[in-house]
Design a protein around this ligand. Structure first.
Ligand code: HEM
Length: 500
């Protein structure tokens, strides 16, 4: 039934009505932070303060770092902002950060990111889930990452180190520049593929190996995907009704098939290997985990462990190629420590490298692979010493990249300087000024593994090769606007010269 005699007029009236309703909805939502007297940047319809994925060319991590820098001048403690119409709270003050992540954790147990257990079961992994379910799973998985377990897996990691050395040597023999991002992508794929799935991915030789392809696809974001991600975080219930997936269908199917087949193979043949998958199978046999939970956890170990460590090594080697003095000093330490251990890279020798720790910490400061973290407020929370209540359901953002580039904690933040992490300098800084692995009960569960991978990779390369920047490398490096992980756009080319 038409309201007027013309369909065109009816349509125009309907569009006008709908636009008015949406505009009123956004305008009302945008009053939220003003009512609470919390400073916030001016929002616009429909993205609120989020970057427009079709226009701005900025990732959320970089956006939050800018927000931190600009809004900290207005209020040094915190600010509000809007993701679409949803009010979000961003924390600057390091004591407030500590409250959210550790001291008052009971108010902020959930990460508040979207997952869809029904239509996309692989998305219900440790990183995403919340509440009691998260608490139980975290307790079950924590023993998988103790230093004893890491020591147990060390040999599997070393096997992958041989392929890394051979690949680097190959480039040197052909006098070719090395795309270090690609090489380290293969190295970490082999490691995490071996430890999370018990498979020899052989990524250096097998260019058709599906692992790097699907690995990259996890974080590769098209404009549509980043729009859907922002939408599903803002409207999770509606997104579940609309059956929006968090992980692309083909990626989910690939990892489900790999894990279920590997588990079946081990069960049928009693094959044993010291890796994450074995530990997860033990939890399944003890009826602590279901097969679907094993699939989701193996997936998140791969997803969280693949790109984070490979970008850390890439950025470290890029900085070392630019800073020859630092590279030399680190190589001297590597040679000196390895001499004490019969030239062998071992769990113990890696732990002894103090300057290595400083270099890795400075890399993680300048380029935190996960540039921000989130929590969801699960109960109304009164900010200490303020008259502001953070209401249940509010998304809370910790802008790691912004904090790590704050002049107040790190003068000349763009300069790569491992001395910032000498014992003396570390002692005088707030503990929460360096949080590449997050903090509190939800801190990265795989940090030991990630650091072990990173240090093995750096030791192996620097022991044998001298690096310098190739003219093909884009300087300064540009960060990918679409990736959730902080990653350089394009290839990172380095010259490698073999040391005899
Ligand atoms: C350099 C390497 C890595 C970096 C910088 C990194 C960083 C992070 C950060 C910032 C978080 C969020 C912490 C928080 O919210 O407080 C996180 C969580 C997590 N990471 Fe890592 N990570 C790395 C390597 C790994 C590896 C190798 C694994 C697995 C093998 C892993 C598995 C996880 C998981 C499962 C979580 C979710 C923990 C939870 O919510 O309980 N990460 N990581």
């Amino acid at each position: 039934m038409f309201l007027t005699s013309s369909l065109t007029t009816d349509l125009a009236v309907a569009i006008f009505f709908l636009t008015s309703v949406v505009t009123v909805f956004f305008k009302r939502s945008f009053q939220y932070w003003s009512r609470k007297h919390l400073p916030h940047p001016h929002p616009t319809i429909p993205f609120g303060n989020l970057p427009n994925p079709y226009k701005d060319g900025e990732s959320i991590g970089v956006f939050l770092a800018h927000l931190y820098k600009e809004m900290k001048k207005v209020d040094p403690k915190h600010c509000g902002f809007y993701a679409f119409a949803k009010p979000c709270y961003c924390v600057f003050d390091l004591d407030y950060v500590k409250n959210v992540l550790s001291k008052d954790f009971q108010y902020f147990v959930d990460r508040g990111i979207y997952y869809n257990e029904k239509d996309d079961p692989i998305s219900a992994h440790l990183f995403a889930i919340g509440g009691r379910k998260w608490q139980n799973l975290r307790k079950k998985l924590t023993p998988t990452f103790t230093s004893g377990r890491m020591k147990m897996m060390f040999q599997s990691l070393l096997k992958c180190e041989n392929s890394l050395y051979e690949a680097m040597e190959d480039f040197c023999e052909k006098s070719e520049a090395v795309d270090i991002k690609e090489v380290l992508g293969c190295f970490t794929t082999d490691i995490i593929g071996s430890c999370a799935f018990g498979l020899d991915c052989n990524s250096f030789k097998d260019k058709e190996s599906p692992f790097p392809k699907y690995g990259r696809k996890i974080f590769e974001s098209t404009r549509l995907r980043s729009l859907l991600n922002s939408f599903s975080v803002s409207f999770p219930n509606l997104s579940r009704v609309l059956k929006i997936r968090q992980i692309p269908k083909d990626v989910g199917e690939f990892f489900t098939k790999i894990v279920t087949e590997s588990v079946r193979y081990r069960e049928e043949t009693s094959f044993f290997r010291k890796d994450f998958l074995q530990l997860l199978i033990e939890l399944k046999n003890a009826r602590i985990l279901t097969i679907q939970e094993i699939v989701a956890q193996s997936f998140v170990f791969f997803a969280a462990g693949f790109e984070t460590s490979s970008t850390t090594m890439t950025f470290a080697l890029y900085e070392l190629a630019k800073n020859q003095r630092i590279q030399e000093r680190l190589r001297e330490e590597i040679e000196q420590v390895l001499r004490k251990h019969r030239g062998e890279i071992s769990y113990e020798s890696i732990q002894e490298m103090k300057y290595m720790n400083q270099v890795v910490d400075e890399t993680l400061r300048k380029y935190p692979p996960i540039p921000f973290i989130t929590r969801e407020c699960i109960r109304d929370y009164k900010l200490p010493a303020e008259n502001i209540i953070i209401e249940k359901g509010t998304s809370v953002f910790i802008p790691i990249l912004g904090i790590h580039h704050d002049e107040e904690y790190y003068p000349d933040p763009e300069i790569f300087d491992p001395e910032r992490f000498s014992e003396d300098n570390r002692r005088i800084r707030h503990q929460y000024a360096h949080i590449p692995f997050g903090q509190g009960p939800r801190i990265c569960i795989g940090s030991r593994f990630g650091l072990m991978e990173t240090k093995i990779g750096l030791t192996s390369i620097l022991k044998h090769f001298k690096l310098s920047v190739n003219s093909k490398t884009r300087e300064p490096l540009m960060m990918s606007p679409q990736s959730f992980i902080l990653a350089a756009v394009g290839d990172v080319w380095l010259n490698a010269k073999k040391i005899y």
